[in-house]
Design a protein around this ligand. Structure first.
Ligand code: FES
Ligand code: FES
Length: 424
């Protein structure tokens, strides 16, 4: 059992839960908050939607243990909420419910939509609400009720409903600033001589940002990361990723051979102290919306300067979720090309790891690809910014938008179901 403390509808709750108890069951069976409905238990129907730290989430695919410290709001917690009150009335007036099973989740999702957006057409509201399924109404009344309340949005003062950003958006970089999409280096499909390399060099040569390191430090540029095939063999997930940096290989190596500097560029990673005899201890923190894990562990570092290659092996555990991880990351630097005074270095990363415990669900390839791409982009962007501004910049903790990952998972499951249906 895991002891958790969380706030539910403004009340502090202490409880002991099994690691696999999902939040929806916890709310319904432990706290008797049965307004949270359970339909599919697969993250598809949205009946179980609640707000976690202000962001809506599927409680049927969220572990209660992962919500330790979180602020949960269920449909029962909106009794005094003006916007929710308006939505309830509009749902009733527009006949937006029949059996009402979908309604709690539908209302929470609709309130969140109106909090975030206004002026949407009926078609756009349908798209935005497509994560909540209703088997009775045909959606006409639901869309019309939401349209009606959305039209009153200005008078409802939704600005006061802004929540703190608990989710995770684009890969965070130094100071978690907005990523400028204007300067993107395409990864060559092969080494020197390919057209794409020449294009990359030309992009670099003509880039206004590359010509001004000072400006670059202010505006971290996006580095495209290519993730190769993801394999899972005997519980070990393996993948490769690569990215290009417009910096000389020696400079990149100088930084990437320094584990402390690498850790500073890796969102969520902290090293306890200097590496001694090739060994270090530290912590990797990840936040997938309400799912937070902190893997404490130790690792060894093997450096091969002649090959511009470094291999880091480590293992650790997350006490809260009872998950453990072990893995290896190896990176190698290659000088790709030099032209117009710009040397381009290609960083090839090989990653292998195995996860056990509740977080092992993140071995699913689409989730891994999403996660690894975003972490890789953050890392590459931070390395690039650190090289451009050796004084360094504040690196934001790694946070990924739970919604995108859960939706990818949900969509995969939905598509798999549809495929099964049509192949019967
Ligand atoms: Fe959670 Fe369907 S019960 S999405
Ligand atoms: Fe019955 Fe929506 S009103 S499922």
């Amino acid at each position: 059992m895991t002891a958790i403390t969380l706030t539910v509808n403004g009340q502090s709750v202490n409880a002991e839960v099994t690691p696999r108890t999902h939040l929806a069951d916890f709310l319904r069976e432990h706290l008797l908050l049965t307004g949270t409905h359970i339909g599919c238990e697969h993250g598809i129907c949205g009946a179980c939607t609640v707000a976690i730290d202000g962001e809506i989430a599927r409680s049927c695919i969220t572990y209660a243990a992962a919500c330790d410290g979180a602020d949960i709001r269920t449909i029962e917690g909106y009794d005094d909420d003006a916007l929710m009150g308006r939505l309830r009335k509009a749902f009733s007036e527009a006949h937006a419910l029949q059996c009402g099973y979908c309604t709690p989740g539908m209302l929470i999702a609709a309130r969140d939509l109106i909090r975030r957006k206004g002026g949407l057409s009926a078609a756009e509201i349908r798209t935005e609400m497509s994560g909540n399924l209703c088997r009775c109404t045909g959606y006409m009344g639901i869309v019309s009720a939401i349209s009606k309340v959305m039209a009153e949005r200005a008078a409802l003062d939704v600005s006061s409903l802004t929540v703190r950003e608990a989710g995770l958006g684009p890969a965070p970089g130094p100071a978690a600033s907005k990523i400028e999409p204007a300067h993107e280096v395409a990864l060559p499909s092969s080494l020197p001589g390919s057209g794409r390399v020449r294009n990359a060099i030309e992009t670099a040569r003509t880039s206004r940002i590359a010509s001004s390191r000072t400006e670059l430090a202010k505006k971290p540029r996006r580095i495209k990361v290519e993730v190769g095939a993801i394999e899972e063999v005997a519980g070990v997930t393996r993948l490769t990723q690569s990215f290009l940096l417009e910096h000389p290989r020696d400079a990149v190596w100088h930084l990437m051979a320094d584990i402390d500097a690498v850790a500073k560029c890796m969102p969520g990673m902290k090293i306890d102290g200097p590496v001694r005899d090739g060994r270090a201890t530290g912590r990797m923190e990840i936040a997938l919306g309400p799912i937070k894990a902190s893997f404490a562990g130790e690792g060894t570092v093997a450096t091969f300067p002649a090959e511009f290659r470094q291999v880091i092996t480590g293992k650790g555990g997350d006490r809260r979720s009872g998950s453990s991880a072990s893995g290896e990351v190896a990176y190698r630097l290659r000088r790709v090309a030099e032209a117009a005074g710009v040397e381009i270095t290609r960083v090839d990363v090989e990653l292998s790891y195995s996860l056990t415990g509740p977080l092992a669900q993140f071995s699913r390839s689409n989730l891994v690809r999403d996660f690894v791409t975003r972490i890789g982009e953050s890392f590459a962007q931070n390395i690039d910014a650190a090289l451009a501004s050796p004084a360094g910049a504040e690196i934001a903790p790694a946070r990924l938008r739970l919604g995108s990952m859960v939706w990818r998972l949900a969509l995969d499951r939905l598509l798999a179901s549809v495929r099964r249906l049509f192949h019967r």
